[in-house]
Design a protein around this ligand. Structure first.
Ligand code: AMP
Length: 153
């Protein structure tokens, strides 16, 4: 029998990740599982403003605590006391940190949103969800916002 004890939901605070979180909360509650929430502070540096931003982040441990509180606060008040929530904040490349966290914590299922980019947008920006699906040590449920219409690549 498949038992989901640990569910990981990567959160970038976008609408699609918040939407996926509602699935993660629901399944966590039904399965009486633990909900791991991860936000990755991206350390990809593309220009000088990014470097300044990254230095600020390195110096600011308080920011990490604030992000953990922000993650926890995404869970509605009435549900928060009923499930075990583990907020995690890492620095690095999102898909790498998501996979590392899934491995380290023996996660049973990853639930994440995807913008569902196609065509040129997909080529230029890529997809975090796609990379996670390819290398994750467990099944991945990826969810698009319902209003997103598929456009042919
Ligand atoms: P995609 O649209 O395929 O690039 O995937 C977007 C999803 O990747 C979001 O819904 C999150 O689940 C995850 N994601 C992207 N960036 C981050 C980040 N910095 N921290 C945590 N999760 C992220």
């Amino acid at each position: 029998m498949i038992k989901l004890k640990k569910i990981l939901c990567p959160v970038d605070f976008s609408a699609c990740s918040t939407y996926a979180l509602s699935y993660a909360i629901d399944l966590t509650t039904k399965e009486r599982a633990s909900l791991y929430l991860i936000h990755v502070i991206e350390t990809h540096i593309s220009d000088i403003r990014d470097i300044v931003k990254q230095i600020d982040l390195l110096l600011d441990d308080k920011q990490i605590d604030n992000l953990k509180v922000r993650l926890t606060n995404l869970i509605p008040d009435n549900i928060r006391p009923n499930i075990h929530i583990q907020p995690i904040v890492e620095k690095g490349v999102p898909f790498v940190e998501i996979i590392k966290t899934a491995r380290y914590n023996h996660i049973d299922l990853i639930i994440m949103g995807t913008h569902g980019r196609t065509g040129l947008e997909h080529i230029l920006i890529g997809s975090v969800a796609e990379r996670v699906i390819r290398s994750a040590p467990c099944p991945v449920l990826s969810i698009r916002l319902p209003k997103q219409v598929f456009s042919m690549p």
